[in-house]
Design a protein around this ligand. Structure first.
Ligand SMILES: NC(=O)c1ccc[n+]([C@@H]2O[C@H](COP(=O)([O-])OP(=O)(O)OC[C@H]3O[C@@H](n4cnc5c(N)ncnc54)[C@H](O)[C@@H]3O)[C@@H](O)[C@H]2O)c1
Ligand SMILES: [Zn+2]
Length: 363
């Protein structure tokens, strides 16, 4: 088992990454000395696959457990579902020492995190992510949210988990498209934060796609470590943490412009990375070679690197509504070389638009 520490003073915690670690959730939580009650939030499909192992582990460590089944996917992130979750915590007799445990993808994690952040002004939270995206991104870092009718993730809070348990074995049942989408975030971490990690990904791409467990354990732990290194330095996204949004300025706009129907998140991020790499090139910040390495790795793991699926104007329009914009200025994360980044606030509109037009033409 690999242990990734996240050092945040009194809010520090560990991310445990290891095949078979689901069965260790109970004893690992016990070590932290929380109250006896643990409410497990999950969805039907995930519960059927992994619920028993987690509940047995918790029971074996002396916890009283209850299960709350949430709607699968984004439908979990609503105020109605949160209200019902608060009710269930109350009727289970939970207090601030009790634990809310999220077992599932990023949606289950975000809803559970939001509910845990707000119930009695904050109860214990444990994340047990079962999708690749949730394992390398959503489960650590403390961002929690529900959706507003007008924008995703608009209502939320920062609330760090006490423990994150990542079992790569859960990835073996993940649909191919979801698995590949998660790889976009993995590749993103390499591009902006660590050239050696990126080089390693280039080497093991076939093993990753075969879902070799040893390789997945290494890759997932490496990605968690990179994310933790940023969260430790900028917990609440004052500035540095924006780096984790590489590919997302264009990616989010692409998702919005295609009404969240055409792409899964990671696919939009892959195209966003390609666009942002080309923007860096146009600005003379990066070489063609740097763009090509990114495009090749994304393409080789089966992510889209051509076309836009939307009108360039519509994508540019959607960008102006990004909630990261400050006084109308939108921060772009650009990668001058593999393993480095720069935040750029003044990318000229025409450069963005020309890049989008070019990308649309290659579709
Ligand atoms: N808080 C953060 O920092 C952060 C970061 C990135 C994304 N997110 C959020 O994460 C959400 C997306 O998460 P996601 O991509 O994990 O999708 P998801 O949570 O919507 O789950 C997708 C589907 O996968 C199924 N599933 C989960 N694990 C499985 C497994 N092991 N095998 C088979 N099926 C499985 C689920 O039942 C669900 O139907 C979005 O709401 C996004 O906003 C949050
Ligand atoms: Zn993302």
């Amino acid at each position: 088992m690999v242990e990734v520490p996240v050092s945040l003073g009194s809010r520090s915690y560990r991310i445990l990454v290891g095949a078979g670690s689901l069965a260790a959730v109970g004893p690992e939580l016990r070590r932290l000395g929380p109250g006896r009650k643990v409410v497990v939030f999950t969805d039907d499909g995930v519960h059927e696959r992994f619920g028993r192992t987690v509940l047995d582990s918790l029971g074996g460590a002396g916890f009283d457990t209850a299960v709350v089944l949430l709607p699968a996917g984004e439908a979990a992130k609503s105020l109605e579902v949160a209200r019902e979750a608060w009710d269930r915590l109350l009727s289970a007799g939970c207090d601030r020492g009790s634990t809310a445990l999220a077992l599932g993808g990023g949606a289950v994690g975000d809803l559970t995190g939001f509910v845990a952040a707000t119930y009695m002004r904050g109860m214990n939270l444990v994340q047990v992510p079962t999708t690749l995206l949730a394992q390398v991104d959503a489960s650590s870092g403390g961002k929690t949210a529900i959706d507003h009718a007008r924008a995703k993730n608009l209502i939320g809070a920062f609330h760090q988990p006490r423990l994150v348990v990542v079992d790569p074995c859960t990835l073996l049942t993940l649909p191919e498209r979801e698995f590949r989408a998660g790889l976009a975030e993995v590749i993103k971490h390499g591009i902006v934060l660590d050239a050696d990690y990126f080089g390693e990904l280039e080497k093991v791409r076939e093993d990753v796609l075969r879902r070799d467990l040893d390789v997945l354990e290494r890759v997932v732990a490496g990605s968690c470590r990179l994310k933790a290194s940023i969260v430790e330095r900028d917990e609440q996204e004052a500035e540095l943490r924006h780096v984790l949004n590489y590919g997302h300025t264009v990616g989010h706009a692409l998702e919005a412009a295609t009404r969240y129907e055409r792409f899964v998140h990671g696919e939009a991020v892959a195209l966003g990375i390609v666009a942002e790499a080309r923007i860096a090139e146009r600005l003379g910040l990066a070489t063609r070679e740097t763009t090509l390495r990114q495009v090749e790795l994304l393409r080789d793991v089966g992510l889209p690197v051509h076309g836009l699926g939307a009108e360039p104007d519509a994508v540019a329009q959607a960008m102006t509504r990004d909630k990261k914009a400050r006084d109308g200025r939108l921060p772009f994360v650009l990668a001058p070389s593999i393993g480095s980044f720069r935040l750029v606030y003044d990318v000229p509109g025409p450069v963005v638009l020309e890049t989008l037009v070019e990308l649309a033409r290659t579709g």
